[in-house]
Design a protein around this ligand. Sequence first.
Ligand code: F6P
Length: 498
Amino acid sequence: MLEPANQSANPTLGAGRISPSESDRANFVVVANRLPVQQSFSEGNEEWRPSPGGLVSALTAVLQGHDGLWIGWLGVSDHGEPPPTYEGIRLKPVAISPEEYADFYLGFSNATLWPLYHDAIRAPVFHRHWWNTYQEINRRYATAAAESVAPGGTVWIHDYQLQLVPNMLRLLRPDVRIGFFLHIPFPPSELFTQLPWRREILTGLLGADLIGFQVPHMASNFSRIARRQLGATGTDSVLLFDGRTIRVGAFPITVDTAQITALALDPKIRARARELRRDLGNPEVVLLGVDRLDYTKGIQQRIRAINELYADGTLNGDTHVMVQVAVPSRESDAHYDLERHNLEQVVSEMNGDHGLVGSPVIHYLHQNLPFDELLALYLAADVMLVTPFRDGMNLVAKEYVTCRTDLTGKLVLSEFAGAASELRGAFMVNPHDLDGIKEAVCLALKAGPKEAKARMSRMRRKTMRRNVFDWAQSFLAALQQSNPAAPVDATDDPAPSQ
Ligand code: F6P
């Protein structure tokens, strides 16, 4: 594990407007696109709240124990001054102008890399000026990390927006340990090699000592491509490149199982789940979808499949009700805008065709719901539908399984979500196959309590084994084993894959 915190470090260092002196540098630095806090307004007053998601809680605990500092973007392009610390962790904001936001965030990150890494579900767009800004912003994050990390410290870089940072940082600070984790899928060669800057991205990533992916085949995709494109040598789990050793492995992310279990047993949340069912008209079956409103999530296709089940009489408005939560996301991107438009069309068609006055068949919420409310929905749902076309992991599926402490509930899951390799008790679907989705929903509806219990037990056995803290610790433990200065024999295979 990481060395314990250097108690002499100043925990109240300001928000990074000046370069920290040597003694103010942190032993452990997290670099992620966003900071762990986000700005919100309550009655016109500015507030800073923790950003949602398991990553923040997982890394907060590790950062607190190790004199940590978090570098990231505020999430607003033109104003805002975050607090200097969050839960005792120093925050160092990286400024991104509105023009850079357009080219770096909406452009290269979310219109080039995001679709390319998600099976090119939308055609990736390649613009040289987006690439130039991506390099510039990555350099900004790398410089911030180089200024902030203590000699011999550890830097953990996250996700597709920052793939050049590992090597940029290595050139600035060869003394530090560098880990990189990709939260989204890493694509196969046929897709990745479309990228005009494929060699630069690979070189950027290979600056790390350890590169982590969600599932083993994504790690293998990467290593194979690095060997073919850059002449790296070694195995899928240990690469030799540029005189250095780079470890590559799978570290499947998960959720805070203890927190979710405690909340799922909270009488208030259970009462809210019963109230939700009442509000839905006490149907026999509640079907649920919860997704970020993203074209990779397969929401429209899933709703079309359910609509056909209403049309052919398999589902009935008196007994079956669906809830779809679509969390607003990347709203200034035209693809996301179109996705919302088309999704809302499908939802209204379904209610128009099969709903009754006062009894819609689908309840659609385009909202960012509080976590407690989401958990109440998970508890209220008999069948959970998670059908992305491609997903690095999908934590909604794991949250649902974690909530079902009484071993009820059925999960319909895309075979193209990273979570599918762990949640084998789900009703698996090819999300492109409408008939297949219909069949899986029918099987889930027909499965009796004994089969449902067996399937849920199988999924919970797997999910409850590790929590998100174990995920962070296992990555960091593997990173500490790497020695930036000493290449190891590539035939010795100490792969961190799990
Ligand atoms: O799944 C990748 C990811 O970047 C997550 O880390 C994040 O929660 C989500 O996509 C939405 O990202 P953003 O709103 O920062 O574009």
